[in-house]
Design a protein around this ligand. Structure first.
Ligand code: FE2
Length: 239
């Protein structure tokens, strides 16, 4: 469960980090699965920076359980409503391999290009479980632009939700100063779908690891146009 301060922080900034939301034994078991994954399909030698795997959730139960069998689930339910979350069908394993001296020039939102049926790949909430410590800046951390969940929604109210397609993931909004998400293995990031974010650099000595879940409130898909304009449509507890 999130407390009132965390709920308010999510509402105002579009994200919140919950320290040590995921128990150590789940983190350890997920680490083993990622070791197996990277042994079976190693990143090509030349890869620096981001490298992703997108296994089906049913193929990697130990990764799915980071979210579904830990307090992370009830933290997300605090925002979206009890019993309202769909179990994600896919997990993203996000590595950031050093050295990668990159600084993102701006933000993006996910979901472009659209899915085969033409619907943008919107969702309710990004749940990210850190699987390596990233306490310093530029250690492969995710970058976020606080408050842009609200600016994006205002943009889509002004220009209409179909402006999503022209923007191609980069809606032209004014950006505040970015922040890097810092934390330890086992910390949970909950971020609104509409929060601008991007991949950062990694000048630390260590590959950064995280598992991301793109989570939907039941009934999200057909209401994507409304959701882009009303950021709290999928979040009854925050309305
Ligand atoms: Fe993204």
């Amino acid at each position: 469960m999130l407390d009132r301060t965390q709920m308010r922080e999510f509402a105002e900034r579009g994200f919140v980090v919950i320290p040590q939301a995921v128990p150590e034994h789940l983190v350890a078991s997920a680490a083993e699965t990622i070791d197996e994954l990277t042994t079976r399909e190693p990143p090509p030698d030349a890869v620096r920076g981001p490298h992703f795997y997108f296994p089906a959730a049913t193929e990697v139960p130990s990764l799915l359980e980071l979210f579904t069998r830990s307090p992370a689930w009830s933290c997300a339910e605090s925002l979206v409503g009890e019993g309202a979350l769909e179990v994600p069908r896919q997990v993203q394993v996000a590595l950031n391999i050093p050295p990668f001296s990159h600084r993102p020039g701006g933000h993006h939102i996910d979901g472009f290009p659209p899915e085969p049926d033409g619907r943008p790949g919107t969702f309710t909430l990004l749940a990210g479980v850190l699987l390596s410590d990233q306490l310093d800046q530029d250690a492969g951390n995710l970058w976020v632009w606080p408050g842009t969940h609200l600016t994006h929604a205002a943009h889509f109210r002004e220009h209409g939700p179909d402006a999503f397609f022209a923007a191609g993931g980069y809606p032209p909004i004014p950006l505040p100063e970015p922040e890097q998400i810092r934390g330890r293995a086992g910390d949970l990031l909950l971020a609104h779908y509409l929060l601008g974010h991007n991949i950062g650099g990694n000048t630390s000595g260590r590959t950064r690891r995280a598992a991301y879940f793109r989570v939907k409130r039941a009934g999200h898909d057909p209401r994507w146009r409304e959701f882009l304009q009303d950021p709290w449509l999928d979040y009854p507890p925050l309305r």
